[in-house]
Design a protein around this ligand. Structure first.
Ligand SMILES: NC(=O)c1ccc[n+]([C@@H]2O[C@H](COP(=O)([O-])OP(=O)(O)OC[C@H]3O[C@@H](n4cnc5c(N)ncnc54)[C@H](OP(=O)(O)O)[C@@H]3O)[C@@H](O)[C@H]2O)c1
Length: 338
């Protein structure tokens, strides 16, 4: 098979750099690669796979001859550049929220709903980070016992809000330690020694946009019926890297904690990390920089008749963004969809 020409859009950003390192790590084969940014970083040099590249400005014409674009440059940039890339014959894999809920754009987690990739019309969307890790956990459970109701609480790291937010956690913590007042910039409230029960803006129903992304994207990816109730509360916590989620899943069919553990032990992209006698359960510090979604605290829920409670943690910059983008590019190549 012909090796593809790749482009990494947003190559100078937090997610873009992670995409480059995973492309190298996974030894993805390509013919040519372009590293793209805005005018700001265009002309700067970056090293990738031992070779120096000049970063190019992402203009529409730069996509001529490109087969696959791995994009993480924000929704407004994707809205302009994705149709331009698709028009030129490229497959645009987008990390932003620009196209996720468009009917003719597949929203895919590699290993969960790969077949949906076949319906792409030039644009493929990567889900929101909190949704991404959850999908790998829910897929085998939904296949076995069918989800009836889902309740999720997230504890999200500051890296999900970019570099400025990471710096704010450091500065805010330092200032708090010397007892001085801190003036917030990236967040609406202090994040040092605190947590903030708001991520993104509020919508009409009182949920935030981030919370509604989990609801709507989960339905689309798992092909769940609109009647399945899904509720999410998303909270920003003073952690640099690694999103955690407390999840309660009510099922239509009988399922035990033991069966849940067994299904997850055999699931793609998931690692069961659950031994309460020895204080074994996932924490963000342990999971940062790693690929699997770690699951622990698996137990029969006492809140509903046929439900499971569990706690899952994953690196938001990897499975929540860059890793799935690279995995999708690899699927597109493997399935000959470019
Ligand atoms: N951080 C996460 O956990 C996470 C997870 C999932 C999805 N995402 C999504 O991924 C995207 C990037 O996030 P990030 O954290 O990597 O942001 P970031 O660190 O701010 O990087 C943004 C990147 O986009 C480029 N860019 C900005 N405007 C552009 C334009 N008009 N044309 C071309 N390139 C442009 C920037 O280039 P310059 O260097 O020239 O500014 C930079 O390379 C966002 O859509 C975000 O929602 C992030």
């Amino acid at each position: 098979m012909k090796k593809p020409n790749l482009a990494v859009l947003g190559a100078t950003g937090v997610v873009g750099r992670e995409i480059l390192s995973i492309l190298e790590e996974q030894k993805v084969e390509f013919n040519d690669i372009k590293l793209l940014s805005s005018k700001r970083s265009a002309g700067s040099k970056m090293t990738f796979a031992g070779k120096e590249y000049t970063v190019l400005e992402a203009t529409p014409d730069v996509f001529d001859g490109v087969n696959i674009v791995l994009a993480s440059a924000g929704a407004s940039t994707s809205k302009v550049l994705a149709p331009e890339a698709a028009k030129r014959g490229a497959v645009f894999i987008d990390n932003s929220s620009a196209f996720r809920m468009e009917e003719d754009v597949p929203l895919v987690i590699a290993g969960v709903n790969d077949d949906d990739l076949k319906n792409h019309k030039g644009i493929i969307a990567n889900p929101n980070c909190s949704t991404s890790q959850l999908m790998l956990v829910l897929k085998p459970l939904n296949d076995y016992a069918e989800i009836k109701r889902l309740i999720v609480s997230t504890y999200q790291a500051v890296s999900g809000a970019g570099l400025a937010a990471m710096n704010e956690l450091t500065d805010n913590t330092k200032v708090n330690l010397i007892g001085m007042p801190y003036e917030c910039k990236a967040f609406k409230h202090e994040i040092g020694f605190n947590l903030i029960p708001q991520i993104d803006v509020f919508t009409e129903n009182g949920y935030t946009k981030e919370e509604m992304k989990v609801t709507n994207e989960t339905r689309k990816i798992l092909h769940l019926d609109k009647s399945v109730p899904i509720s999410c509360t998303a909270v920003r916590v003073p952690v640099y890297r690694g999103h955690s989620e407390a999840v309660t899943i009510e099922f239509k069919k009988e399922i035990t904690a033991q069966k849940t553990r067994e299904l997850l032990e055999n699931a793609y992209g998931v690692k069961v990390y659950d031994d309460i006698d020895n204080y074994v359960y996932p924490t963000p510090k342990e999971c940062a920089g790693k690929d699997p979604v770690y699951v622990g605290r698996i137990r029969k829920s006492i809140a509903f008749d046929n439900a499971i409670d569990l706690f899952c943690v994953a690196d938001n910059l990897r499975i929540g963004a860059a890793l799935n983008t690279v995995r999708l590019a690899m699927k597109v190549i493997e399935m000959g969809l470019y």
